[in-house]
Design a protein around this ligand. Structure first.
Ligand code: KG4
Ligand code: ZN
Length: 345
C-alpha cells in the first residue's frame, strides 16, 4: 500500500510517500519539505494568513517532486493522508482540501491524521525504531505531554503543560532576548557559549508530585532578569540563554524519569521539535543509560513538522486496522484536538 502524506498545520509544507505491506514497518520512499521560516521571520512569528497562502503555492509542486523522487506515478497512490488537526485552521484546510482533491482525482480514499500522533510515531521512521509499550515525551511548539503508549491508537495521557509548551518557552524567551523566530534553535546555539549556572531561574512544578508541566512562570522570570540586566543584557545574553535552556531541560528530564518510574516502563520515545535540542538529548541519554532505559528519537530532520510522519501515522493506523480511509471527500479540520480522543483499548 502506498500512502501519500500531506502536512500543513503550521509553518512547514511537507509531503511524503510511504510504502507499507508485508510484515515490517512502513518504509519511507521519499519526502519533501518547504519551510516558511524565512517568510515569517520578518514578522517575528507565524502569520496564519500568510501561512495558508504559502501552503497553497507549495503543496502541489512538492507532491510532484516527491512522486518523481520515488519514481511512482500519482495513480499508484492507494491512500492520501493529511493533517486534520490540531493546528492553524486555514493552513489545515489547504492540506485537507488538496488531499481530498487528489483522492477524488485518482478515485482513492483519504484519511485525516492527528498531527501529534504523527510526531509520536515519527521515531518508527528511524533505523532504531522503538517497540511498544513506551513512555512518550511529546515536546513541540504547541504541546508538552507525557503519554503512555501501548500500541497504535492506544494513548494514555500521563501529564501535560497547564500553560505554555516547552517550545513556546524556548520561543518566547528567545524573542525577548532579541533572537528572532523560531527561537528554540537560536537560543540553544547561543547557550553553548554561556554559563548555565549564571542565573537562578525557576523549575516550575518540578516537585509537584504529578507529571504536569508549567512554563509560563519561567518566561516571566527570564523577562524580569532581562529587564534587570538592561544594557548589560547584550553582554550576558549567552549566560541567560544557557540558564533558560538548562531550566527547561531539567524539568523535561525529571518529569520523563518520573513517568518511567510511575509506569515501570523501560523505553522512552522523544518526539516533536524540541526533541531536536542537543542538551535535552545529552541529558536524557545519560540518565536513561544509568537507569537501563532505551531512548528513541526521530531522525533530526524529522523532529520538526514534516510529511513523512503524517504518511507514517496513516500507514500504521491502517495496518493496525484502527481506521479505514474514506472515499467521502467531504473534509473538516480540527484546529483543537486532544490526542487522547484517539484512544481505544
Ligand atoms: O514540532 P514542531 O516543529 O511544531 C509544532 O508542532 O509545534 O516544533 C517547533 C518547536 C518550536 O517551538 C521550536 O523553537 C522548537 O520546536 N525547536 C527547538 C529546537 N528545534 C526546534 N527547541 C529547542 N532546541 C532546538 N534545537
Ligand atoms: Zn508539530
Amino acid at each position: 500500500m502506498l500512502v501519500l502524506g500531506i502536512e500543513s498545520s503550521c509553518d512547514e509544507t511537507g509531503v511524503a510517500l510511504v510504502e507499507s505491506g508485508g510484515t515490517g514497518l512502513p518504509r519511507l520512499l521519499a519526502h519533501g519539505l518547504h519551510s516558511q521560516i524565512r517568510m515569517h521571520q520578518a514578522y517575528g512569528g507565524v502569520v496564519p494568513e500568510l501561512a495558508s497562502r504559502d501552503h497553497i503555492r507549495r503543496v502541489l509542486p512538492l507532491a510532484s517532486q516527491v512522486l518523481r523522487d520515488a519514481d511512482r506515478p500519482l495513480s499508484d497512490v492507494d491512500v492520501v493522508a493529511y493533517t486534520r488537526g490540531p493546528g492553524l485552521a486555514g493552513a489545515l484546510l489547504v492540506g485537507a482540501g488538496v488531499a481530498c482533491a487528489l483522492g477524488a482525482a485518482i478515485d482513492k480514499p483519504v484519511l485525516g491524521v492527528h498531527h501529534l500522533e504523527g510526531h509520536l510515531l515519527s521515531p518508527f521512521l528511524s533505523a532504531d525504531a522503538p517497540g511498544f509499550p513506551f513512555v512518550a515525551l511529546l515536546v513541540s511548539g504547541g504541546h508538552t505531554q507525557l503519554m503512555r503508549v501501548d500500541g497504535v491508537g492506544r494513548y494514555e495521557l500521563l501529564g501535560e503543560t497547564i500553560d505554555d509548551a516547552a517550545g513556546e518557552a524556548f520561543d518566547k524567551s528567545a524573542k525577548l532576548m532579541g533572537l528572532g523566530y523560531p527561537g528554540g534553535p537560536a537560543l540553544s546555539r547561543l547557550a553553548q557559549q554561556g554559563d548555565a549556572t549564571a542565573f537562578k531561574l525557576p523549575r516550575p512544578l518540578l516537585h509537584s508530585g504529578d507529571l504536569d508541566f508549567s512554563f509560563a512562570g519561567l518566561k516571566t522570570a527570564v523577562l524580569t532578569q532581562a529587564k534587570k540586566l538592561g544594557e548589560e543584557l547584550e553582554l550576558r545574553k549567552a549566560d541567560l540563554a544557557a540558564s533558560t535552556e538548562a531550566a527547561i531541560v531539567e524539568v523535561l528530564l525529571k518529569k520523563s524519569v518520573a513517568a518511567l518510574h510511575e509506569t515501570g516502563l523501560k523505553r522512552l520515545v522523544v518526539a516533536g521539535g524540541v526533541g531536536a535540542n542537543r542538551l535535552l538529548r545529552e541529558q536524557l541519554n545519560a540518565e536513561c543509560r544509568k537507569r537501563g532505559v532505551r531512548v528513541h528519537y526521530p531522525e533530526l530532520d524529522l523532529c520538526t513538522d514534516n510529511g513523512a510522519m503524517i504518511a507514517m501515522a496513516a500507514a500504521m493506523r491502517l495496518d493496525a486496522q484502527k481506521e479505514s480511509a474514506s472515499r467521502l471527500y467531504a473534509f473538516d479540520v480540527r484546529p483543537r484536538w486532544p490526542l487522547a480522543e484517539l484512544s481505544s483499548a
